[in-house]
Structure formats: structure tokens, C-alpha cells
Ligand binder design. Structure first.
Ligand code: ZN
Length: 554
């Protein structure tokens, strides 16, 4: 009642020009926080969370003392950054957000480059998927921040990230401030947004820091024990015993170090202060994506000294950020999760007993299989578009009859490859309903269905066997994610608020459940069936169960 009165008293006065006074904003749920912080730690698998949980003493230890789910799922098959971030604050699977992958093929694209990046506007003249204009164009559903702003017009939605696609997918089309690393500094794509004073300050500090080399981090005994040099196949540098020092000007080294997350959090903290987030008349939403864990994983794998140092620094940095929010007296809640899990380098996995861990065969590339099939069938052109596994597209220039022959031949060729687990056609996926059972019970077909959007997905989807890493050439990155297997799907989902009793839940929940749960904590109504996720009764006072929504067939 008191919050309701406060809202009434602080609601903007109707101007004389209006014929009728504006209605007061709708009330918040009792005890709703003033600032909702949502943190995505890129590539923070539940395997890493489980392994390091006993060693955390800072921010991650604090968040683990709220309601902690270590069986959280990015339930879908294409476990990449863009789809993963698109689920967290929309409540929807990629099938519905439209973000089926980091990039996909669109043969009708209005330019010569037929690859579309998930967070770009391909209509910008002269653009390509690698030299693009950042845009939320491809995100098909509203985000939590947008719904909050629609209901409480004085609410602010802010996103800060190491990656453009993470910031875009967590905040969507309507956002007050959105800043992400642009290669040399933090930049925005939001037209007309004022530039907060903290942005040039942080950018100047980053530029100055980048100009200097950094010292190695001092590993505690727990990390020292992991230091072991692992040779890498395929041309990559050995990994395993590194302390994340970098040379002056080494941007790749900067990104793959805790320094990067520290700067992203500093920018977020500066925006909290400058915009007075959590201290306005209506609740604010702050989405943060921390990218360094992902770059460390790709560059060094997940089980060496490097990731150990990254985990402990991440814990400390998040702790510092939460301490700043405390010192400002803000009433806030934090939800932390990840966009996908991750997997170690196969060379070290084999030493740890995973005998079948291997790198994908380069002959699995669509650019290798396509021309072979085209020659066999007496066709012309490249035949197939796509990468190793995932969405594979048939050349639209072929006649419908030739495409049918090529489809049958491609399905057979992929299925015959010893590293392929399953191949699904678009027709098969279209005929499959979105699963509503716990994500632990989903078949591979159901996982692929949650990534399938009929307007954007491939003509066939190829899933590799468990423990196959789809990086044949290791000169840039040595490890990755993206598979339908649980090491890439399972992520922690942590809900924390001051005074919350600690609960360590074994329940299998989904990242799509985060948005409806946060909606309930604010008293934001969601139309029945409007999101895939479910409100988590362990965390929030959920609205009474509505009748099950009609099954979405396509
Ligand atoms: Zn990612």
C-alpha cells in the first residue's frame, strides 16, 4: 500500500494541455525491488559453477546463497551466444525469438553476403556480416525491459556488455542506454541516446590500460595445481599453464582476461550512479553480459590454470559491483545465468578419461560436402550453404526437383559420417511441437525444434556426436560450445535478494523461466501463453496457474 501511495505522489502531473489527467501507473507487487540486475556470464557452464562453487568467496558466493539452481538449461540445440542471450529476458526459446544462431544463411538477403549476423541490419548499404551495423532488427519478441517500460513509463532499461549481440538480445528494440565493446572502446547503436559522462571516462581508462602490458596474475594453490601444458592439434598454441598476462596493445589478450569484465562492470556501475538507477519512481532494469569467461574458454579451454584464474577474478569483480550497489542503499535483486555452457579442449579431455573426445573432421564442412554431392548428382553450384553441423541450406538456385534429390543425398551423406549423431529435415522439425516437459527429458529432435524457426532455419540440421569439438583449425580458438549436449546446455540460474533464505535446488529449470519469474516479482502481468517459460514458485509469488496455452505447431 505504501509503495502504491508513493507511486501516486510521484507520478508526473498531467499538463494543462491534456483534456484528462494521465492515469496513475499501475501498482507494483508488494516488496518489489527498485532495480532488477540480470547478469549473464558468457560460457559460464553449470560444470564450471559446480567445480568452483566451493572456492568462491565474493559475489558468486553471495549469489549462490540465494535461490540457486545448478540444473538450469538453455534447452535448445544451437547453444551459441546470440540465441542464448535471446532467451534470458524474453522468456522464449530461439524458435520464437527468431535468433536461431549467431549467424545464419539468407539467400534472399539484399546484398552479396548471404550470411546474416544475428544483431545486424543487413539492409544498410555496403554492410556485410563481418562489417555490420548493430541492430535489434532480427529479435521477434519483446524483452522484459521493454514490457516494464510499457507498464511503468518512468522505468529505465539499460544494457552493458562485452559483446554487441549480448547487449542487444537482453534489451531489445526500446532501451534507454546500451553500451558494448566495439573493438577499441565501448560504443552504442541506440540512435539519439545522450552519452553519459561515465562512457568517455571508462573508454579513456581502457585505452590507457591497453597501451601498457599487464603482469601475470598470481595463482592460488588451487589454480597452480591445474597448471599443466597441453599440446593442441591443428596448429594451435599449447594451453593449460597461463596466467593471463598480455602485451601492450593486445586486444585479444585483453578480451580473454578478467580485465575486460572489470571494465564492463565499471561502466555498469558508472551508469547506475549517473542515471540514479534503482532510485527513481519506478523499477529499473539493468542487463549486464560479461564476456571474458567465453574468450578464456575459447582461447585456453575450460580446465586449465587460465580458467581457474578467470573464475576467481570474476567472483571478486562481481562482489565489488554488488558492494557498490549496497553502498548506494539501492533495493535491488540479482539474477545470474549464462548464455550457454562450454567444453574443454579434446586433448585435455582425453587425458581426463573422455576417450572419444575429438575435433570435427574438416570434410564435414558444407563447402566440402556440397560440391561433392553436386558432382555426383550432375548439378551445378555450391549445393549447400552452412558450416560444420547446425543449419545447412540447399542452394535456392536449383529447381525444386533437384533440391529434393540434393536433400536426400545430403541427409544420407551426413548420416553416414562417423562423427554425426543425428540429421533432421525442416519438415521433420516443423511437425514437432515445442516440448513442455523438463529439459532433462528432451530428445535431440525436441532440442533442435526449440532452435528451429521456419523462416530462418536450415533445410536440414546436423547434430554432431557428443564430445566432438567443431573446430578443426585451432590457430584462432581451441575450444567451443554450440552442441545440443548438456555440457553446452546446462547453466547455473541464481536468484538473489538481500534477506533471501538460501535454497540450493536440484530442479531442472530453464533460462526461459527467468523472465516470467522476474515479471512476477514486479507484478507485471503476462498474457497466458505469451512466453515459453514458467514463473518459478521457488523464487516469486507466481500468478495463479492459467490454463495451458495452445500448442504452437510452427
Ligand atoms: Zn556466448
Amino acid at each position: 500500500m505504501r509503495k502504491f501511495l508513493t507511486l501516486l505522489l510521484t507520478a508526473p502531473l498531467a499538463t494543462l494541455a491534456c483534456a484528462q489527467p494521465a492515469p496513475p501507473p499501475p501498482p507494483l507487487a508488494p516488496g518489489a525491488p527498485k532495480l532488477i540486475v540480470v547478469i549473464s556470464v558468457d560460457q559460464f557452464s553449470a560444470d564450471l559453477w559446480d567445480e568452483y562453487r566451493p572456492h568462491f568467496t565474493g559475489g558468486l558466493a553471495r549469489l549462490g546463497g540465494g535461490t540457486a539452481f545448478h540444473n538450469g538449461y538453455q534447452s535448445h540445440a544451437a547453444t551459441e551466444t546470440c540465441p542464448g542471450h535471446s532467451t534470458i529476458l524474453t522468456g522464449d526459446h530461439p524458435a520464437r525469438t527468431g535468433i536461431i544462431a549467431n549467424s545464419w544463411t539468407d539467400q534472399s538477403a539484399p546484398r552479396t553476403d548471404k550470411t546474416l549476423y544475428c544483431a545486424e541490419d543487413e539492409h544498410v548499404p555496403g554492410s556485410s556480416s563481418s562489417n555490420y551495423t548493430v541492430s535489434p532488427l532480427h529479435l521477434l519478441v519483446p524483452t522484459f525491459g521493454e514490457l516494464v517500460k510499457a507498464r511503468w513509463p518512468q522505468s529505465r532499461s539499460v544494457a552493458v556488455s562485452g559483446k554487441d549481440r549480448a547487449a542487444v538480445m537482453m534489451s531489445g528494440h526500446i532501451v534507454d542506454q546500451r553500451w558494448y565493446w566495439g573493438g577499441k572502446s565501448y560504443v552504442t547503436d541506440v540512435p539519439g541516446a545522450s552519452v553519459p559522462a561515465v562512457v568517455p571516462k571508462v573508454n579513456a581508462a581502457v585505452t590507457a590500460a591497453l597501451a601498457r602490458a599487464t603482469d601475470p596474475l598470481a595463482p592460488p594453490p588451487y589454480c597452480q595445481a591445474k597448471a599443466r601444458v597441453i599440446p593442441i592439434e591443428g596448429g594451435g598454441k599449447p594451453v593449460g599453464a597461463g596466467q593471463l598476462a598480455r602485451a601492450a596493445g593486445d586486444v585479444a589478450g585483453f578480451r580473454a582476461s578478467p580485465e575486460f569484465d572489470g571494465d564492463t562492470l565499471a561502466l555498469a556501475a558508472g551508469l547506475v550512479d549517473e542515471m540514479r538507477l534503482g532510485r527513481g519512481p519506478a523499477p529499473d532494469v539493468l542487463a549486464i553480459s560479461l564476456s571474458a569467461t567465453d574468450y578464456v574458454g575459447h582461447t585456453y579451454g575450460t580446465e586449465g590454470e587460465e580458467m581457474c584464474l578467470q573464475m576467481l577474478e570474476l567472483d571478486r569483480e562481481i562482489g565489488d559491483f554488488l558492494a557498490l550497489l549496497d553502498s548506494r542503499g539501492i533495493d535491488y535483486s540479482v539474477t545470474l545465468t549464462a548464455d550457454h555452457g562450454g567444453k574443454d579442449v579434446p586433448e585435455r579431455e582425453r587425458l581426463a578419461g573422455a576417450a572419444n573426445a575429438a575435433r570435427a573432421d574438416a570434410t564435414l564442412r558444407a563447402s566440402a560436402i556440397g560440391p561433392k554431392l553436386v558432382a555426383q548428382l550432375g548439378l551445378s553450384g555450391p549445393g549447400l550453404f552452412g558450416d560444420i553441423g547446425g543449419d545447412i541450406y540447399l542452394d535456392r538456385k536449383l529447381s525444386a526437383a533437384d533440391r529434393q534429390r540434393l536433400l536426400a543425398a545430403a541427409v544420407a551423406a551426413y548420416k553416414a559420417h562417423p562423427q554425426v549423431e543425428a540429421v533432421f529435415t525442416a519438415d521433420q522439425l516443423k511437425a514437432t511441437p515445442i516440448a513442455r516437459t523438463p529439459p532433462t527429458a528432451w530428445s535431440l529432435l525436441q532440442r533442435a525444434r526449440a532452435s528451429f524457426n521456419p523462416a530462418r532455419s536450415g533445410d536440414l540440421v546436423v547434430l554432431l556426436k557428443k564430445d566432438i569439438t567443431p573446430i578443426p583449425d585451432t590457430t584462432r580458438y581451441v575450444a567451443t560450445h554450440g552442441s545440443p549436449w548438456d555440457y553446452d546446455r546446462r547453466v547455473p540460474i541464481l536468484f538473489w535478494r538481500k534477506g533471501m533464505a538460501p535454497v540450493a535446488s536440484e530442479a531442472a529449470v530453464e533460462t526461459t523461466d527467468i523472465m516470467p519469474t522476474l515479471a512476477a516479482t514486479l507484478g507485471l502481468p503476462l498474457a497466458p501463453g505469451s512466453v515459453d517459460g514458467r514463473c518459478l514458485a521457488q523464487v516469486a509469488q507466481c500468478p495463479a496457474a492459467a490454463p495451458a496455452p495452445p500448442e504452437r505447431g510452427k
